[in-house]
Write a protein that binds this ligand. Structure first.
Ligand SMILES: Cc1cc2nc3c(=O)[nH]c(=O)nc-3n(C[C@H](O)[C@H](O)[C@H](O)COP(=O)(O)O)c2cc1C
Ligand code: SF4
Length: 507
């Protein structure tokens, strides 16, 4: 099914000025000038050391040009360990680069945009192995494997085979036989790559997470404050460690799992550790799921309960997302790691025009509303941020008017046109380059390639210095891609004729 982009009228500048969307809002000690929000999006523009690079500065500077009320910097790792080209905040040496990022956003938004940074912890996940390598090197042999080979008639009851033979026999089994011989986790490791879970308490570093994570998050938040950020967004969503503590799949028996109280305990302890070093004018919020969208996962009612607990404990804002889990991810290709946005839960996280009814536009708002109602009942001052396929003023304003959320976030629409907030505010909505929600950008994220948008990366106008202007349709070099940011568009009505989005888009 393909859903047509909604065709809505755009407001005049006067209507925008009188709207809810462009009215201020308090996030704890921080005031945002408008209720417009660019949520975290990893663009893969850091380097192997996790530093802020010139490309990262260009990227966020470009979003700041559109002057959203709040801009959230991508998921940034809180540990001081190599994490590929993911931005990092796990050591004081990262503070200087992050401070340059803050200065860039301040300057480019003319001091208007509040800048938060999303801080993340994640557990180890391995790439899907070559089967031969899995049986040769990764699989830890158990007596059960030998017994199963006997049961299958591959070994005699009195045989005493050495490990090499057992590995060879296992490697020669059919898929069906392997399903009988290997445990569920071993099968997963073979078919998708080994993945740690918060319930793996036999691993000392996993058992210790309730001790190690609160200070790691607190230190990350301190560094964010020292770098000059206006706040920190604790990543409690999607497929990562903290969301896994909240998950109904968390059966830990050490007081940090099982019951709702047990599952919310570590998120509350992390929040408390971060808030201990709270400074005036520094907000502490989180991103969390309104629904995990996996079998046996947390329900929207549980999410609402967690949100109310976090609000009671003093959180300054709650940004709501949906799905994005490993449990239903598609099997990756050999040599690739599982990506948590490939199954149904992933499709709910970044819905496309091909998703089932009622389509991608404002798809999550009903559940965001349920969560917000729970927050309102205990802490009405705590704003809830809603997102999911919102790309017009009418949708955003209606969500606020209905009370679905207090602030409207738009990720892909802001990627398609970072100026869109400002264009709408100036009565130039007809010139907005509209996202067509087919997830080319997400495909790049999936392969950890520099994220761009199909609406501008081939029709590029030459925004970076020192490079030839690429021709339309030409393949860009890696170096050019790294420096590619959304091109600026003029704020006049004639630009509407150039826009691949807008009301004329046909499906
Ligand atoms: C390329 C890309 C990277 C993303 N990275 C993050 C991230 O780092 N953290 C996060 O919480 N969500 C991330 N998201 C999800 C978005 O913040 C947002 O929740 C989702 O795209 C739905 O909003 P939208 O319909 O306005 O795009 C990412 C989305 C995209 C497209
Ligand atoms: S690549 Fe597609 S889905 Fe992503 S921002 Fe651009 S138009 Fe939207």
């Amino acid at each position: 099914m393909k859903h047509r982009l909604p065709e809505h009228p755009w407001p005049t500048a006067a209507e925008a000025a009188a709207s809810r969307l462009f009215s201020p809002v308090e996030l704890g000690p921080v005031r945002a000038a408008t209720r417009t929000w660019v949520p975290a999006m990893v663009p893969w523009r850091s380097n192997e050391e996790g530093h802020v690079t010139p490309e990262v500065l260009d990227w966020y500077g470009r979003f700041a040009d559109g002057r959203p009320g709040v801009l959230v910097v991508e998921a940034t790792g809180i540990r001081d360990v190599p994490s590929g080209p993911l931005l990092r905040i796990g050591h004081d040496r990262f503070v200087a680069g992050l401070a340059r990022l803050v200065e860039t956003v301040r300057a480019r938004s003319k001091g208007e945009t509040r800048l938060f940074i999303q801080v993340i912890d994640f557990l180890r996940i391995r790439r899907r192995p070559e089967p031969a390598r899995f049986f040769d090197a990764f699989l830890e042999l158990r007596d059960a494997h030998r017994a199963a080979l006997v049961a299958l008639g591959k070994l005699g009851p009195s045989d005493e085979p050495d490990d090499t033979l057992v590995r060879q026999l296992l490697a020669g089994l059919s898929e069906q036989e392997l399903a009988e011989v290997l445990s569920e986790r071993e099968l997963e490791a073979l078919r998708s790559g080994e993945r740690e879970r918060v319930t793996d308490v036999h691993l000392p570093h996993v058992a210790d997470l309730p001790r190690t994570l609160p200070p790691l998050f607190a230190d990350a938040a301190r560094r964010a404050r020292e770098a000059g950020f206006d706040g920190v967004e604790l990543h409690f969503a999607h497929a990562y460690t903290m969301a896994s503590f909240l998950s109904a799949k968390n059966t830990r028996a050490d007081g940090y799992g099982g019951s709702l109280e047990g599952r919310v305990r570590l998120p509350l302890e992390v929040l408390s550790a971060v808030r201990k070093h709270r400074a005036p004018a520094f907000a502490v919020g989180c991103r969390m799921l309104c629904d995990e969208v996996i079998e046996g996962g947390s329900t929207p009612d549980e999410a609402a309960w967690f949100a109310a607990r976090l609000a009671t404990a003093g959180i300054d804002f709650i940004s709501v997302s949906k799905g994005g889990k490993f449990e239903d991810a598609k099997q990756p290709k050999i040599g690739h790691a599982a990506y948590p946005y490939t199954g149904e839960s992933g499709h709910e996280c970044m819905p496309t025009v091909r998703i089932d009814a009622p389509g991608p536009f404002g798809r999550n708002l009903r559940l965001v509303r349920r969560l917000r109602d729970a927050v309102q009942s205990v802490a009405p001052h705590v704003p809830v941020i809603g997102c999911g396929g919102i790309g017009t003023f009418v949708e955003a304003e209606a969500a606020l008017a209905r009370g679905d959320c207090d602030i409207v976030a738009a990720a892909r629409q802001s990627l398609a046109d970072p100026d869109w907030w400002q264009k709408v505010r100036e009565g130039q909505g007809a010139t907005v380059r509209r996202c067509i929600y087919t997830n080319y950008c997400e495909g790049l994220d999936q392969s950890h390639k520099e994220v761009t948008c199909q609406l501008w990366d081939r029709d590029f106008e030459g925004d970076f210095e020192g490079a030839d202007v690429p021709q339309q349709g030409r393949r860009l070099s890696l170096d050019e891609k790294r420096r590619l940011v959304p091109p600026a568009r003029r704020l006049d009505a004639s630009a509407a004729t150039e826009s691949p989005g807008g009301a004329r888009v046909e499906f």
